[in-house]
Design a protein. Sequence first.
Length: 464
Amino acid sequence: MDHFPIFVATSGRRIVLSGGGDAALAKLRLLLKTKANISVFTPKPASEIVQWAATGKLTLIKRAMEPGDAMCAVLFYAADEDSVEDARTSAIANADGALVNVVDNLADSQFITPAIVDRDPVTIAIGTEGAAPVLARAIKADLEERLPATLGTLARIGKTFRKMSYSLPFGRARRDFWRDYYFNAGPKAIADGVDAVRPALDDLLNAHLARDAREGHIAFVGAGPGDPELLTLKARRALDEADVVIYDRLISKEILELARREAIMLDVGKEGFGPSTSQDTINDLLVEHGASGAQVVRLKSGDATVFGRLDEELDAVTAAGIGWHIVPGITAASAAVASIGQSLTKRGRNASVRFLTGHDMQGFADHDWAALAAPNEVAAIYMGKKSARFVQGRLIMHGADQNTPITVIENASRPNQRVLSTTLAHLPTDLADANMTGPALTFYGLAPRDASEAAATLITREFA
Ligand code: SAH
């Protein structure tokens, strides 16, 4: 982030602009929404500027800027539409101590004006650091459409009601009240006119005061393989409402960012073979927060019911008498198989598919190797990187064909996804060569749909 967004207090303060043409007009239209004292310097003002000056909206000084003209100004806009003059006027403003913006010149500007969605007092500023103005405009158009024009009015009335809402306990109860106001009762009431809003607020507050305080609850939520767009709508909603989020190591940053900003975020990441938060500690955290009345989201990668040690956590919260539910997610095998254009099951090839773990609490996990070694079997092996040689040895010992295709997908669904296509014979060496450091899923018995012949290939996904 090169440019840090802030909202500058402008009421009663000085803003200076140099220029009198179209660029100046565009900026002035925005600036006139503030309560700043605006001074415009230009020998050739457009007629609107003359009118604004006549009606006292700004002060017009009909000459070019001179040193000292931007004294005490907070902000200065060089809108001269002439790069030599812009450089001259912004040097003056700079020396006078104002923050300088040169219109359409990012490099020489000390601040930039974002695209703005105005629902005063709600103001949304959109910036792309000059990288993609088209994108900023598209986002603005999208928000303009989505946010009702009455939002500003609702916010203004809401502000006068803030103190009343303090009769509700701080935290969840108060938040629920305001949510109900802005997204339900408020918009409904304002349809009957502005005067209907205040009585609706009184009714709403009474209804919320009468509500029993909510009990603590744990949602065990599958976060999917990493791509935030593979979250379910239920997962998204749970994150939106959580007071506490307890998450694993594999949960991507983009997904964590979707949690409510006030939520307590607890990282209980378990490294496969490294240091970890003990399962007992995790169980205790769940019970502690659930018992305190919090809405807890226990975020697990993929689907919570697949190699997630879910049952131990369910037992702990059940024993503590805390309510819970499970939100299913997309498991790594589903995301990984999608990326190679294959099916997990296929008529005439395999009528069943196994989900295996490469290691369990005792070390490498044992499975029915003889059954797996038969032709056309398909298995998705989770946590299989370290156990590759062990798995290979067991399968070959039980007669598996050394040419059986194997595909390892690292970081499935993420921008840094990689696909390694190999065979049982070469699995350990090819895997070592690929040096995979992210989570990886190994498919036994599946090759990418478009794989070239037996030779090992490593495909790194490319983004347009
Ligand atoms: N509950 C999870 C699995 C947890 S075990 C699920 O349903 O996906 C952790 C293992 O899952 C990792 O070692 C890896 O084998 C696999 N895994 C998780 N996310 C993955 C991803 N984005 N790409 C590839 N494998 C992944």
